[in-house]
Ligand binder design. Structure first.
Ligand SMILES: Nc1ncnc2c1ncn2[C@@H]1O[C@H](COP(=O)(O)OP(=O)(O)O)[C@@H](O)[C@H]1O
Ligand SMILES: [Mg+2]
Length: 232
């Protein structure tokens, strides 16, 4: 059986500084190729969960494995390299470089991810292909600055940046929260289509549990952390 894309066991995490927030994940598995939505209220710990999956945050206890590699067993720079090579990140606020072109924004992760770079004969052409598949015309990719694009276009640039070079896992933090309902639908259609085509695992978090109908599997964060009231 292939390794799970993500496997967490016995995880306990508190942010340094002592806000009192604590996230416990007794067990969570995301199978390779799966599309999973985790929903939960604002402040419930969704972004913290993704920080743990990406190795940006390291648990106080327990293990986080990505493609079978335990992140806490790696030194900081090795974790950074694993993240760059295997994980495409889509942030809530996109985090694009505002003065760079959309094309350069899409190409940026390849500079830190040799494994993704090596898969591509022509990175520029591939960036434009993904952007076009997500409905972004070439002239806009080359001539505009990222900050000049609409929110919906910026979101699709952020998705293209996550997808380039086929990382095995896409991690998305409320990527549709700034979009209106129709743009949300279109964006999710395109993201599903692109990740399906490449067999990519997708782990998305959102406060909006209505998105769960779009996913084959959807979990409430409270059910993962065991904080949910037991049903009687
Ligand atoms: N980088 C951080 N440093 C310290 N505390 C943080 C950080 N990120 C989040 N928190 C705290 O962790 C808790 C959960 O936040 P978060 O994971 O962002 O929730 P959500 O994404 O579900 O809204 C909050 O109390 C928040 O203040
Ligand atoms: Mg969040």
């Amino acid at each position: 059986m292939p390794d799970a894309a993500v496997h967490m066991r016995g995880v306990s995490f508190t942010w340094p500084g002592g806000t009192g927030f604590r996230l416990d994940i007794p067990e969570l598995t995301v199978k390779s190729g799966e599309k999973l939505l985790v929903s939960g209220k604002s402040g419930a710990g969704k972004s913290t969960l993704l920080n743990l999956v990406c190795g940006i945050a390291v648990p106080d206890q327990g293990t986080v494995r990505v493609d079978g590699t335990e992140l806490s067993g790696l030194k900081g720079p090795d974790r950074d390299r694993l993240r760059a090579n295997r994980i495409g990140l889509i942030f809530q606020m996109f985090n694009l470089l505002p003065y760079a072109s959309p094309l350069d924004n899409i190409l940026l992760p390849l500079a830190f991810a040799p494994a993704r770079r090596e898969r591509l004969k022509n990175p520029r052409r591939e960036a434009l292909r993904i952007a076009a598949a997500l409905g972004l015309p070439e002239n806009l990719m080359v001539q505009a600055r990222a900050a000049e694009l609409s929110i919906g276009q910026q979101q699709r640039v952020a998705a293209s940046r996550a997808l380039i070079g086929n990382p095995s896992l896409i991690v998305a933090d409320e990527p549709t929260s700034a979009l209106d309902e129709e743009s949300q639908r279109v964006f999710l259609d395109l993201l599903m289509e692109q990740t399906e085509a490449a067999g990519t695992t997708l782990l998305m978090v959102s406060h909006d549990s209505r998105l769960s109908s779009r996913f084959r599997r959807a979990l409430d964060l409270a059910s993962i952390t065991g904080k949910q009231e037991m049903e009687t």
